[in-house]
Design a protein. Structure first.
Length: 253
């Protein structure tokens, strides 16, 4: 009887071990707000093909970077710029080979206004929103564009600043501002009528960094490769992003 029980327990342990060994891997991904909606649309295909479960946290690139520096357990960081991933390399947090470009972003203008030359943009009472330039790459690009147009000093004191590009759009959606500088991808995601803007600001090179270790890093690398694949890049081109060929693939800027 004891021998039979031992055999049964051995079978149970073997089955449990097999189930654990074949449990679906999962990764934690930190994504900049501008890319959150496109990522969510792409993930079902990736998860079905890879068997990898992806948990997503959304925020500004600056805030997510700070969390990673303080030990947040993210396996992949999808930044809205190249500055933060390159800073992770400089600090020794990741190897240079763990950083790659996955998208090139564009700015757009939403609101009842006809571009930067429209006098309504600087008129008294016009409420304008941008993402906070110190922490959000799209906000930094918007500031550069306004400075080049000689408009920054005129409207900076009254600007409404979002903590990220998603909150910036929400200010306009809820009627709290009249005009908002947002990501072109948001115009596509939310089917908005937007004004195109000159690409005279520094290119918004969006880089990723694999920050996980071991099996988590391997899984994160698979998602990174998926995002950089020709098929996905063609989808991103329709979602408000420029092809990777229009910006440097790797490296700082």
């Amino acid at each position: 009887m004891n021998r039979i029980m031992q055999c049964l327990w051995a079978i149970v342990v073997a089955v449990c071990a097999t189930q654990v060994a074949h449990a679906a891997p999962s990764i934690n991904v930190a994504v900049a707000a501008n890319f959150a909606a496109p990522l969510q649309k792409l993930l079902p295909e990736f998860e079905a093909a890879s068997g990898i479960n992806v948990r997503v946290s959304v925020g500004s690139s600056g805030a997510l970077f700070a969390q990673i520096q303080h030990g947040a357990p993210y396996d992949l960081f999808l930044s809205a710029d190249s500055k933060r991933p390159q800073a992770l390399v400089a600090s020794g947090r990741v190897m240079a080979s763990a950083v790659q470009t996955y998208a090139v972003g564009h700015l757009a203008l939403v609101g009842n206004i006809d571009g930067l030359s429209d006098p309504r943009l600087t008129a008294a009472g016009t409420r304008v929103a941008i993402a906070e330039p110190d922490i959000a790459p799209y906000g930094r690009a918007a500031k550069q564009l306004l400075e080049q147009a000689g408009l920054w000093e005129k409207i900076a004191p009254g600007l409404i600043r979002g903590t990220n590009i998603q909150q910036t759009l929400q200010f306009w959606q809820t009627g709290n501002v009249d005009v908002a500088f947002i990501a072109a991808s948001q115009c596509v995601t939310y089917q908005l009528t937007c004004q195109t803007l000159p690409d005279s600001y520094a290119p918004i090179i969006q880089q990723l960094a694999v920050t996980g270790q071991g099996e988590s890093a391997v899984a994160a690398e698979k998602l990174a490769a998926f995002l950089r694949s020709p098929k996905v890049q063609s989808q991103l081109a329709k979602a408000g992003y420029a092809p990777l060929a229009s910006g440097p693939a790797e490296g700082s800027r």
